[in-house]
Design a binder for this molecule. Sequence first.
Ligand code: GAP
Length: 457
Amino acid sequence: MNEQTPTVTMEKIVSLSRRRGFVFPSSEIYGGLSGCWDYGPLGIELKRNVKQAWWSAMVQERDDMVGIETSILMHPKVWQASGHLKSFTDPLVECKSCNQRFRADHLTENKCPACGGELTAERQFNLMFKTFIGPVEDGSNTIYLRPETAQGMFVNFDNVLQTTRRKLPFGIAQQGKSFRNEITTGNFIFRSREFEQMEMEYFVKPGTDEKWFEYWLNERINWYVKHGIKREHLSVLEHEKAKLAHYAKRVCDITFLYPMGWEEIEGVASRTDFDLKQHANASGKVLDYYDEETKEHYVPYVIEPAVGVDRSLLAFMCDAYTEEPDKDETRIVMRFHPSLAPVKVAILPLSKKENLSNFARDIYKNLRTTLATQYDDTQSIGRRYRRQDEIGTPYCVTVDFQSLEDNRVTVRERDLMLQIRIPIAELKRTIEAKMAGEDFLKLPPGGEVVQAKPKEA
Ligand code: GAP
């Protein structure tokens, strides 16, 4: 394992999230609800961008993938067949003095971490939330909130196969809420009771599973790096064979250097034909594949990359966070990749005078149809830049009185604070080109460089 120290503390991420409106405790005015979180105005934009980046890479840009969305409530037999009713448990101990409950495998000593009291013997605690379907609250109507989205893909395997006429290998992807009644939550949004997952089941011919496992492990690592995670903050942890989940032949965690240390961000699992066979046996339906080349029927093997939206969002926030000296203060910059930044452009008029406001608002209205744009005319330009830096806006556009004459505006980029002045007619196209990776100082026709070197803030 890579020995490094985390680059940011959780306190700083939580404080910025609170201050700028990324994440709030759920039901905060009632004291919060343990293990549940609400996303604020910037948080929801960031979350949607993370989900879109995953969907683009996993579904839109591929020939071998389709997406689905299945319901959170599923037939109770699903969880019996999948093994969750029996095995989706964590070891629980209870303090005999203060009655607090803990996950036994998270304790370092055999005494209560809260009061030092004696602990009960370990028992297995099932993490699935129970509820009732329909108006009668009795045992025969018990159902569960899904603890993973994956089973939705398995029970729809044949529906997708029949309606899309796919050939192996192909995948089914899904994003959606999952629920686990975790014994202990914590580390902000890292481990919660209600969270969102992005999972993909990749169906392959048995015997090719090892090759595809390596392929997906690499693909997934590359996805994080492409969207701003530092490669040296990612690592791979192979699960010991003896401790594998009940369905798995091989599992690797992709781990990230979170503020509390190296922890799982994503799991890549080789699930063999376990799930399809279990559901075929339990439902009596045939869930296999006819291979036209070899003229045989077989049950495909499955490779599954599974990640939590909230957990990956937290990682993107941690690696984006930077502090720089700024005269007597500190400039906090969220260096989000432009594809993830909640706001892409800020329009900052240098005066509130009506003629300039109207002019700047027209630019704003034009940009916001395709780019998440903010309009801000309060306080000094320096303070407005700092505010945008702190929420990770890659481009700030200042509109001044000269703009009324020459139809040009100044664009400032977030990371080195370089500036160019360009025609308004070129603005949208230029920002889109820079977001796609064009050198910031490359000018459109009629443009000039204003600040070519990193600026003292
Ligand atoms: N279908 C396989 C599966 O669900 P998992 O390792 O239990 O595997 C996959 O979960 C991912 O879901 C994890 O890597 C993590 O990112 C996220 N996740 C799991 N439990 C979570 C929780 N309580 N809070 C937030 N994210 C969670």
